[in-house]
Design a binder for this molecule. Structure first.
Ligand code: MOS
Length: 756
């Protein structure tokens, strides 16, 4: 991969910038590590999940699986109306139903969306709970509602909140936008749209609440055990120290499980009233209605470009519908990805009577990348330049379009080179849509930027027992990415053991603090803290071994469960012997240190797609995706590749299939299930080639690693739209790219071509 000659289908000299980035030892990295030359055996290798067998054989406990003695089932009554005043709630019949242990009114004023909670019951089983819900009598006085961006923007639209439906929530300016447009040879303006997308994690949301006196234990399917604990403390007005949140395994979250949920508070309240543990498992329908969605976008870009491909001016106005919550800002790709001196951005959120939006895997960036990277391809076509060349021409070494501070590391140009070579970029249509016949092939690409530097202050402890057992303990949570595996690998690598020798303890809010698992920050927070703890343990063990073997600590190597003198390999002591001589369990505290402020910390990547469009049926078939990511050091190649495959699957799914459909008259979701809300399946998936630059970042942390949770999702819808454009010569500016849209676009293009 590092062989420049292999990937020089694009003019070589353009990549010289890359050679000027020099690594420096910082933040506890050794000189060797910072150069990425340290010989790691386990870190960076393909390591199967330490708990993979447990997961695939159904032994790994999910919140759904947990059963406690005397546990009740909670069900929540939800409003069928998009907007209504609640006149009265009568729960007496439900309370009198045998088997019902507690009933709670949750809302006696007003509902703002269909699916909003109104009342809850706890009963001995699911059937009794459902029966009880049907006995609760609620009198609603329905109010006018608005469930579309268009309607909410009308002057006489029903008002969702007490303030105006349309709120400007972000504005950004640099340079002089009007002067920029004057310098441009070509100006284009196009609008791109993305729909609301539902997270639909495999495991629906669930919580169990159990009180022991004034102590509360919560089992929760969550991305954030500490946030759930602290949120509950505020909601219930009890000290956080009296709450413990546990999460062993979960079937995905994608942002919909990032914070405390209303139903978790309800379960805790019902458990208190009934004196029994209470479990709530949301249905698939509830998942679609009330625990989040990706806000829509309606992005209008105007861009000015010079004939040589230099970007002169870029502007964006976006309207986003996040239901009763604020939507997403989606201008980051336009602001940061390329060199452009004159940029203007305005973001407006539009409130509607729909369930609250939530962060969804790479919030804003997914929408913005679909819009902006699509727009760039249309600008490239307008001046007849290769879309990849356009991106390289405007490459920026600093953030804010080259007007800000330098990146700690950025190898996007290498991603371009490798990806272009791998997909065979020279095969693309030189003019979009120049092919003929029923089936038309096309190639497209799209770039990605994200944060994902991790959180300083993340803690992890290593405990060594006198019997030689080694534990790594951290209050993080594995949301499905393989956290336990890389933690075990890092400790094993540092202490000369094997991953299966290490006991990993995570998923409990009593453990040392770690941040929520979102924003691609788990690995770059937890891995460095783990490494720090392991290095501290190794240091003490080396000192003890050196004394025992009458040599210097620098002479000691940790290998195969032993501490060996490198000068005299016959002299060694086992880790177990040293542990025994410690006499009691010994804890080593690790933490994730800070980052020098003079750099911008971002991850980068580029995807390349090959598609085939059936112009008779309007069907798009994705044939191949090459994904090249620059995330600093790769900690576990196997789980990193899975992460990329997952991101591409979701991106393909939204590009071609996913859309939340709402009946405007009733304000209700038409497709709150996985039969009518289409997602991609194995049959839809192309060949995927995940590749990594794998160069440690010199400043970011002691392992030089960045997050990968969101990056592969970011360009994965845009790249398909761009490949379709290359295939048929018309850019589909709205996803999902369903056959009706493809056929309409082809028809309109034909009509336009005839006019010429
Ligand atoms: Mo993610 S949207 O930060 O779970």
């Amino acid at each position: 991969m590092k062989d420049k000659e292999k990937y020089n289908s694009i003019e070589e000299s353009r990549f010289d910038y890359f050679e000027t980035v020099k690594p420096h030892p910082r933040l506890g990295q050794t000189e060797e590590e910072s150069k990425g030359k340290e010989k790691f055996n386990q870190i960076g290798a393909y390591t199967p999940r330490v708990d993979g067998d447990k997961i695939v054989t159904g032994q790994a406990p999910y919140t759904h699986d947990i059963k406690l003695r005397g546990m009740l089932t909670c069900k929540i009554l939800r409003s069928p109306h998009a907007a209504a005043e609640i006149v009265s709630i009568d729960t007496s019949k439900a309370e009198n139903l045998p088997g019902v242990k507690a009933v709670l009114k949750l809302n006696e004023k007003k509902v703002q969306y269909a699916g909003q909670q109104v009342a809850a019951v706890a009963a001995v089983d699911e059937y009794t709970a459902e029966k009880a819900l049907s006995l609760i009598e609620v009198q609603y006085k329905t109010l006018p509602h608005s469930v579309t961006e268009e309607k909410s923007r009308e002057t006489d639209a029903p008002q969702v909140h007490s303030s105006s439906n349309v709120q400007r929530f972000n504005q950004y300016d640099r340079g002089d936008i009007e002067a920029g447009f004057k310098q441009a040879d070509v100006i284009r303006e196009f609008t791109y749209r993305t729909p609301n997308e539902i997270h639909h994690p495999t495991e629906t949301h669930s919580s169990i609440a159990k009180w022991d006196g004034d102590r509360l234990t919560i089992w929760d399917s969550t991305q954030a055990i500490h946030n759930v604990r602290d949120g509950l403390a505020r909601a219930l007005k009890i000290p956080a120290a009296r709450i413990k949140v546990i999460k062993h395994y979960m079937g995905g979250g994608f942002g919909s499980k990032l914070s405390l949920n209303e139903y978790t508070v309800v379960a805790a309240q019902l458990a208190k009233i009934s004196g029994c543990p209470v479990k709530i498992v949301l249905t698939r329908e509830e998942n679609a209605l009330c625990v989040g969605n990706r806000p829509s976008s309606h992005q209008t870009y105007k861009g000015g470009i010079k004939k040589d491909g230099t970007l002169a001016a870029l502007s964006l106005v976006n309207y986003t519908n996040g239901g009763i919550n604020r939507g997403d800002r989606c201008s980051e790709p336009m602001i940061d990805l390329y060199k452009c001196p004159n940029v203007k951005d305005e973001q407006y959120t539009v409130f509607t009577n729909l369930g609250p939006s939530r962060a969804t895997r790479a919030p804003g960036h997914v929408q913005g990348t679909f819009g902006f990277e699509g727009f760039l391809d249309e600008l490239a076509a307008a001046i007849n330049i290769d879309p990849l060349e356009l991106r390289i021409k405007n490459y920026s070494a600093k953030n804010q379009g080259d007007t800000g501070i330098p990146y700690s590391s950025k190898h996007l140009e290498e991603c371009y080179r490798i990806g272009a070579k791998e997909i065979g970029w020279e095969r693309r249509n030189k003019v979009p849509g120049e092919g003929t016949g029923r089936y038309r092939q096309g190639l497209g690409m799209a770039s990605q930027i994200w944060w994902g530097a991790g959180v300083p202050g993340t803690l992890a402890d290593i405990k060594i027992h006198p019997d030689g057992g080694v534990e790594i303990i951290c209050g993080t949570q594995d949301i499905g990415c393989g956290t336990r595996t890389y933690m075990a690998t890092i400790v094993a690598e540092t202490l000369g053991l094997k991953p299966e020798d290490i006991i990993v303890k995570i998923g409990n809010s009593d453990y040392p603090w770690a941040p929520l698992s979102g924003g691609s920050l788990t690995t770059p927070s937890v891995a460095p803290a783990t490494r720090d703890a392991a290095l501290k343990a190794a240091e003490q063990l080396k000192q003890m071994a050196a004394e025992k073997l009458e040599t210097k600590p620098e002479d000691i190597e940790l290998k195969d469960g032993k501490l060996v003198s490198q000068a005299n390999p016959d002299k060694s002591v086992t880790l177990r012997e040293l542990a025994r001589s410690l006499g009691r369990e010994t804890v080593f505290h690790g933490s994730r240190s800070g980052m020098p402020p003079e750099y911008a910390y971002n991850s980068f990547g580029a995807h390349f797609a090959e598609v085939e469009v059936d112009t008779l049926l309007g069907k798009i078939k994705v044939l191949k995706i090459v994904a090249v990511h620059d995330i600093g050091r790769v900690i576990n190649r196997q789980t990193a590749e899975s992460q990329v495959v997952g991101g591409i699957t979701q991106g393909l799914s939204t590009a071609l299939f996913e859309q939340r459909i709402v009946d405007q008259n009733t304000g209700r979701l038409v497709n709150p299930n996985l039969r009518d809300y289409k997602i991609a399946t194995a049959m839809d998936m192309p060949e995927i080639i995940p590749l990594f630059i794998d160069k440690p970042d010199p400043y970011i942390n002691n392992l030089g690693t960045k997050g990968l949770g969101e990056p592969p999702r970011i360009p994965s819808s845009a790249v398909i739209a761009n490949a379709v454009y290359n295939a048929i010569g018309v850019h589909l500016r709205e996803i999902p790219m369903t056959p009706d849209k493809v056929l309409n676009a082809l028809k309109n293009k034909e009509a336009a071509d005839e006019k010429l």
